[in-house]
Write a protein that binds this ligand. Structure first.
Ligand code: PLP
Length: 416
């Protein structure tokens, strides 16, 4: 067993039980344990935590102290990571989409590793981050993932060769290739397929005298605690996935015929299961539908716009601590806003909920730690972002702030 969700009685559950009101709680010891497990499973791999999944100071600091860097998608994220103690040499600018100004800003902040996937972007990197190391992102098909990420990012094998040749000609260091197999990837085959693509491009580049030294295996490692849209537990084959990644790394090293350094950029895998929301019931209703049948709807204080942005693609496990074992009714679960997207599917997403829940009763929303804070609106319909609580890890001293890091506003005069 290589990943777990916190069991009943865990620190996280006790904190949810003790919470006097709504909040999002992270267990830093759980995040640390997930990180330790990952580096045990993939020895020698350097982690660049995809901070978009949880841009929370305490989480970034705790991972940095364990040795992690970050995958950042903007100068604002880079400055944030630096403020929380992530060393700049462990910051990877992993977004292939960036303006001239963004590139120059990141370069001024000290970042030297840039992802790219087009000639236009690599030329901009050469102009605004001279001498930088570039990683070309290959497209994948996203099969087997809940979110495929297959169209907006990544290029073909042919383009990758052209982009890295251009990088070399412009004085950049063609450093690596990267992939992302799609978020919440449920199959080991996706990593096999990604390694096939990487191997072909490595060989083609070798023939042209471009000898890369890095492979970035991207994000996609799944969380353990989700249910699918129909309410069935998603059980990612994590042992098989890690075995496929290890095998892929051995194969790529053989193909290259030299030592390669491997990076990985997990987001949800490190944080999803170690964050949970304490929310409350607004109302359980029964309404006649247009076809005459009756339907229950359970409205919660938390939904798509204040923590559960991904509720249209999956379900979270719900616990009603004051109604354990009670008689249940099937209901559509929905958030508090006047927006009809703020709900699980009403066709196939019915959830068994206690029939006697009353307005104000607490509900715990488990494995909701990924993309919760970053996707939270600023108060859509007046529903404020949830307060955040981090349970300190015994092993981690409180965050130390660096003395001074240039922040975003310091760069207002940069190129446009
Ligand atoms: C470049 C990059 N790396 C890593 C991730 C993290 O993905 P995940 O949360 O699936 O691990 C993302 C997410 O979109 C990404 O864009």
């Amino acid at each position: 067993m290589t990943a777990t969700t916190p069991p009943p009685g865990s620190r996280l559950h006790r904190a949810l039980a003790d919470a006097p009101g709504d909040r999002l709680v992270y267990d830093l010891a759980g995040v640390e344990a997930a990180y330790a497990n990952l580096v045990r499973e993939l020895p020698g791999v350097s982690v660049r935590f995809a901070m978009k999944a949880c841009p929370v100071d305490e989480v970034l600091t705790c991972l940095a102290r364990r040795g992690s860097g970050v995958d950042a998608a903007s100068p604002q994220e880079i400055a944030h990571a630096l403020r929380t103690g992530v060393p700049v040499e462990r910051v990877h600018y992993g977004n292939t989409i960036k303006s001239d100004r963004d590139i120059a800003h990141a370069h001024r902040l000290g970042v030297r590793d840039f992802a790219t996937d087009s000639l236009e972007d690599v030329e901009a990197i050469a102009a605004h981050a001279p001498g930088a190391r570039v990683f070309c992102r290959l497209a994948t098909d996203g099969k087997g993932a809940l979110w495929g990420l297959s169209h907006k990012f990544g290029c073909s094998a042919g383009d990758a060769v052209r982009v890295l040749e251009r990088a070399r000609d412009l004085g950049l260091t063609p450093s690596g290739l990267s992939v992302h197999v799609g978020s919440q990837q449920m199959t080991a085959e996706a990593w096999d397929d990604a390694c096939d693509r990487l191997a072909d491009v490595l060989t083609a580049l070798d023939r042209r005298g471009i000898l890369l030294d890095h492979i970035n295996l991207g994000g996609g490692l799944p969380a353990a605690g989700y249910l699918d849209q129909w309410g069935t537990p998603l059980e990612p084959p994590l042992d098989e996935i890690f075995a496929a990644v290890r095998q892929g790394m051995r194969r790529l090293t053989r193909v290259a015929g030299r030592r390669l350094a491997f990076l990985i950029e997990p987001g949800r895998h490190l944080v999803a299961d170690h964050g949970a929301i304490r929310a409350h019931v607004l109302r359980l209703t029964s309404r006649e539908r247009q076809d005459g049948a009756r339907a229950h709807w359970l409205y919660l204080s938390c939904g798509k716009f204040n923590g559960l942005y991904e509720m249209d693609a999956l379900q979270y496990r719900l616990v009603f601590p004051t109604h354990l074992g009670a008689d249940a009714v099937s209901a559509v679960v929905a958030g508090p806003t006047c927006d009809s997207d703020d709900a699980y599917s009403h066709d196939h997403g019915l959830v068994e909920v206690p029939g006697a829940v009353a307005s104000g009763d607490p509900v715990w929303i488990l494995a909701s730690g990924a993309y919760a804070t970053s996707y939270m609106t600023r108060g859509f319909n007046g529903f404020s972002p949830l307060p955040l609580v981090c349970l300190p890890s015994d092993r981690v001293p409180p965050p130390r702030r660096p003395e001074r890091i240039d922040d975003v506003t310091a760069c207002a005069g940069g190129p446009r």
